[in-house]
Design a protein around this ligand. Structure first.
Ligand code: PLP
Length: 397
């Protein structure tokens, strides 16, 4: 999956161009930067790919989520609905904005279950934040309809699905705001990087200011700029943006390759009885980074993951046992072990997750196994690996 598998002279050339001038900052230094604006260039490319009016490149995907919430004016006392299967960055970014993370179950799409969202809504709910996990869109028709009818903001976490679409729309452009990650393990990588996209100009301006200490970016002289409100430093560097410029130009190739390789695995595993695949709300839009399937029960899922690993497969996940992506092992969060005291108003308002019942999520997650599709594989390698995978999974059924 990760774009670093296919680094070549293009990334090196882009980085070298930045080092020729030595201007590593995205703002200012006009006289000495020889017309090179890598962050701006990548923002243009993101806007074009996503078909949105505004894109802000910043330090990472977690910063993108926090910035999106801050720009929406979401914070103290507000509830944000997020799924139980995601990366820890979801609750981290919500808490960083001062808001209350409200966890809701996932279904066989491995994304937010619309009926779980409906149950989680309260008068304090401001945002629904679906996470398009493992390269595939959530059930966006249902989630959009909920947000529209209840007057809630829709923030898409597209950190794992840059390149995927839903019924023809590039993910990130379906809600009020979309957030991407270009960290080292994502399909398009900057090393570290993220982006906020939106069609709302006012929202973009607020995000732009928030991610850079409140700078209104209205001057050539940074020192003379105004600061309508304080922000933070979530800026990206030109070096990171340069890597991203090369990577984003390869996106179509990445997606084609991933989908091709994934098809070998899916076709091969489809022949096994008692195994079912994750439901894809829009199969056409899948960017192909993972194949996810359900074994008949938890013990056979664990056995399949072990057999795959023993057969030499890399990137095999039984998410139920994973420390970072599923609520079951988020002990630090559930038992409230925070680095520094969290505002008591937030602690009081937050549900007691040590007692929460996520058995509806467990039902899917305990049986789910995912295989990560590598970009570096040739077609022959993918075909051969798919055959090895089938044998391993079969042994566990
Ligand atoms: C990677 C990821 C993030 C965070 O992105 P970073 O760039 O690593 O901060 C957020 N959400 C999901 C679902 C992710 O996979």
């Amino acid at each position: 999956m990760p774009g670093y598998e296919l680094f070549d002279e293009r990334e090196r050339k882009e980085v070298a161009e930045v080092m020729e001038t030595g201007v590593l900052m995205r703002y200012g230094f006009k006289g000495v930067r020889a017309g090179r604006w890598k962050a701006k260039e990548m923002e243009d490319a993101i806007r074009e790919r996503a078909g949105v009016k505004h894109a802000l490149l910043l330090a990472d995907g977690t910063a993108a989520l926090t910035t999106a919430l801050a720009a929406l004016g979401v914070g103290g006392g507000d509830e944000v609905i997020m799924p139980t299967f995601t990366f820890v960055a979801s609750f981290e970014s919500i808490m960083a904005a001062g808001a209350i993370p409200i966890l809701a179950d996932v279904d066989d799409t491995l994304c937010l279950a619309p009926e779980a969202v409906l149950k989680a809504i309260t008068p304090r709910t401001k945002v629904v934040m679906p996470v398009h996990m493992c390269g595939v869109a959530a059930d966006m028709d249902a989630l959009r309809e909920i947000c529209e009818s209840r007057g809630l903001f829709l923030v898409e976490d597209v950190c794992q699905a840059f390149g995927a679409s839903y019924k023809g729309t590039f993910l990130g452009g379906l809600g009020n705001v979309g957030c991407y990650s270009f960290d080292f393990n994502k399909i398009v990588t900057c090393g570290e990087g993220g982006a906020v996209v939106t069609n709302d100009e006012e929202l973009y301006k607020r995000a732009d200011m928030y991610h850079d200490h409140g700078h209104d970016h209205g001057h050539d002289d940074r020192g003379a700029e105004g600061h309508p409100f304080p922000g933070y430093n979530y800026r990206v560097s030109e070096l990171h943006a340069a890597v991203g410029c090369a990577q984003i130009s390869k996106l179509d190739g990445f997606v084609t390759r991933s989908r091709q390789s994934k098809k070998y695995f899916k076709d091969a595993l489809a022949e096994l009885p008692d195994l079912t695949f994750r439901r894809l709300p829009d199969p056409e839009g899948d960017c192909g980074t993972f194949l996810c399937f359900f074994m008949p029960d938890e013990s056979r899922a664990r056995a399949a993951a072990s057999a795959l690993k023993e057969a030499g497969a890399e990137g095999v996940f039984h998410w139920y046992d994973n420390n970072w992506h599923y609520v079951r092992n988020w002990r630090h969060f559930k038992e409230r072990h925070f680095a520094n005291p969290v505002a008591s108003s937030l602690l009081t308002a937050m549900p007691d997750y040590s007692k929460a019942d996520f058995s509806a999520s467990d039902r899917w997650m305990s049986r789910c196994v995912s295989i990560s599709i590598k970009l570096g594989w040739t077609e022959e390698e993918a075909a051969a690996k798919a055959q090895i995978a089938v044998k391993a999974v079969k042994s566990a059924l």
